[in-house]
Design a binder for this molecule. Structure first.
Ligand code: NAP
Length: 317
């Protein structure tokens, strides 16, 4: 049998990269082998990947030399950065530039870079529909990634630009689950109005990325958006109601109200939801469910995600 081509996976202990690790490991007869990159090869999650048959190597996004070593000999690379650990757009952009530099130097043949569109292309900084944050941002955690796209292009790194969607798992892990209001009723709160928002099961991102690697060079230079379904706030609340066993309302607050909630990242997320609401057509058009299903036929819609993971949603007491 021909030797397998190595795909190096950043964020291998996390949601996006972890899903890709599982997808490659499960594809036993497939053409690829998985190499996990982590800051802590001795962590429980990293050990579990090694036990499952993956190569595990050390690498830190802040250290370009460590990335060069971690990428050496790899045919493919999945690249993701974690804004929510940093809350620092400039540092996230620099981490992504480090990835591009190291991928170029290591001669990686195909990079899938998990990025976003730049909301400032539609809402320039002087547009006061939404506040400017940190002096130069509208949606910092989108723009910090988008700003690095240029570096992949300029260095001539063979890259597929992946536009992911809202993980429905945010209802479990990101504090977005239903909360009980002063009236005793449960509600999910998002400033989306009546807009439908592309969403995805976090576990489905990895299999979509594997689908991109399998298609290979035809995907280089392309921007690919992925989603499992486009769902409105009211539809998400109705689905979660069934799991909760009581009515969960959809609280469509104004973006200004959401930005004022005060939790870390509230302004960033308020602007993000407003961007998805105000530019609904463009945002949705960039994330075709039909095209995503071609990459990953087992793709879940919201109802299927709820059936599999809904019981884990914490229901406000
Ligand atoms: P996650 O589950 O929170 O895990 C973070 C991963 O990043 C870990 O595997 C961690 O590896 C790795 N990592 C962080 N800093 C690192 C560093 N300095 N060097 C090497 N590895 C590092 O992450 P995720 O959810 O897959 O991805 C996070 C990104 O997804 C964010 O930037 C966010 O904007 C984006 N996103 C989120 C959503 C959503 O709805 N939540 C939707 C689309 C996109 P080790 O700890 O093992 O080193």
């Amino acid at each position: 049998m021909a030797e397998k081509k190595v795909i190096a996976v950043l964020g291998a202990t996390g949601a996006q990269g972890g899903g890709l690790m599982r997808a490659i490991l499960a594809d036993r007869g497939g053409e690829f082998a998985a190499r996990a990159i982590t800051r802590r090869p001795d962590s429980d999650k990293a050990r579990a990947l090694a036990d499952a048959g993956a190569e595990v190597v050390a690498g830190d996004l802040d250290d370009v030399e460590s990335l060069r070593k971690a990428f050496a000999g790899a045919q493919g690379l999945f690249a993701v950065t974690n804004y929510w650990e940093l809350f620092d757009p400039a540092r996230e952009t620099q981490q992504a530039k480090n990835i591009a530099r190291a991928a170029k130097d290591a001669g990686v043949k195909h990079v899938v870079w998990s990025t976003f569109e730049d909301p400032r292309d539609r809402v320039p900084l002087d547009d006061d529909r939404m506040p400017t944050l940190m002096g130069r941002h509208k949606v910092p955690h989108f723009e910090s990634k988008a700003e690095a796209n240029r570096t992949f292009e300029e260095l001539g790194v063979p890259t597929t630009y992946l536009l992911t969607s809202f993980y429905w798992d945010n209802f479990i892990h990101f504090g977005l689950g239903p909360a009980r209001g002063a009236d005793g009723k449960l509600a999910i709160t998002m400033p989306l109005g009546d807009a439908k928002m592309p969403g995805i099961a976090a576990a489905d991102i990895g299999p979509c990325v594997l689908g991109i690697f399998k298609r290979g060079s035809e995907m280089i230079g392309k921007t690919i958006g992925i989603a499992g379904e486009h769902v409105s706030g009211a539809e998400m609340a109705a689905g979660i109601s069934k799991i909760a066993g009581e009515e969960v309302r959809y609280n469509a607050v104004d973006p200004d109200v959401y930005r004022g909630f005060g939790f870390p990242g509230a302004e960033d997320m308020g602007n993000m939801f407003q961007f998805k609401r105000d530019f609904e057509d463009d945002y949705r058009r960039a994330r075709s469910v039909e095209e995503t299903r071609k990459l990953h036929p087992g793709l879940m819609n919201f109802g299927q995600w709820l059936a599999q993971y809904g019981k884990r949603i914490p229901i406000g007491s």
